[in-house]
Every structure is written in C-alpha cells, then in structure tokens.
Write a protein that binds this ligand. Sequence first.
Ligand SMILES: [Zn+2]
Length: 169
Amino acid sequence: MTKKKTESAAHHEAGHAVACSVSGLKIKNVVIDNLTPMESKHYCDHFGSLIDGVPRDPQNNGSVEAYEAEARNYLVGPCAEMKLGYREEGAIRDEFDYKQAQDTLEALYGIENPYLISERLQVAEENATELIERHWPAIVAVAKVLVERKKLLGTEAKQIINSIEGQNP
Ligand SMILES: [Zn+2]
C-alpha cells in the first residue's frame, strides 16, 4: 500500500473503533494488513462481529436507537476518510459500508420503504459526521499507532481513546 492508502485505511478503521467505543461495544481487534495490494485487508471487529464483514451487530438489542447507531457506525469509516481529504464527497455511496448501513436500516424499517430508508441513511451520515467531528483527536491518535503497528488489540485501542478523551467522554 502507498503511504496515503495506509493512512486512509488507518483513519477508516480507527473511525469504526472509536464509533464502537462510543456505542459501548467491546472492540476485539483493529487491523490494517498490507502484505500486497491484492491481499490487503482492513477491519475493525468487536466481540462477535467484524464491522467490515457482517451486516448485523450481535449486540444490537433490536431498539430503533441500536439499529440507527449501527448504521452510523458503518458510515463513520468512509466519512473519516472523507474528512482526511483522501476520499471525495459523495463517494461513500459506492462503499461496502454504505451497503451495510442500508441493510441495517432495511432490517429496521422494512425494504418496502425506500424513501424512508434513504432519509434515515442521510441522517446516519450526518450522525457519522458529527461523531467524527466530536471524536477526531481520538480517531487521529488510534490511526497514528495503527499506521506504525498495523494491528491493535481492542484493549490497546480503548486505552488510546481513553487517554485522549478520559473515561467518560
Ligand atoms: Zn469500514
């Protein structure tokens, strides 16, 4: 991966990690693997689920808030890259995370309500942007260590987040 791609991926996964932390989810691993461009894999997983891999958060308790937070948490990844300036505005509609957020909201509101889904996707994107603005220093701090180490345990990511934000942000 180029330096720019590594940094972009690091901020993407750091964004998911901080979003999971904000949602009170326990993070398992945050990984940017850069063996070769073809094999590169990035993910943030929390216990029971890969955020870049599985549509449903197993800790989602079925409430409207839990589904909407889950949709937001997916969008925080690509939105963090956008804030970094490495991804163009509006490009997230092509993203895997965007599809995941859409699936999550369809599970909540029903696939027969496309207008409502697109409205709630817009809200999820606004919520993702707001979360990123509020927690940007923590995202940058996690991304910095991720660029150096390529993999962080959830406990290490949480320590970095807490060192920036304190225990009760
Ligand atoms: Zn992602």
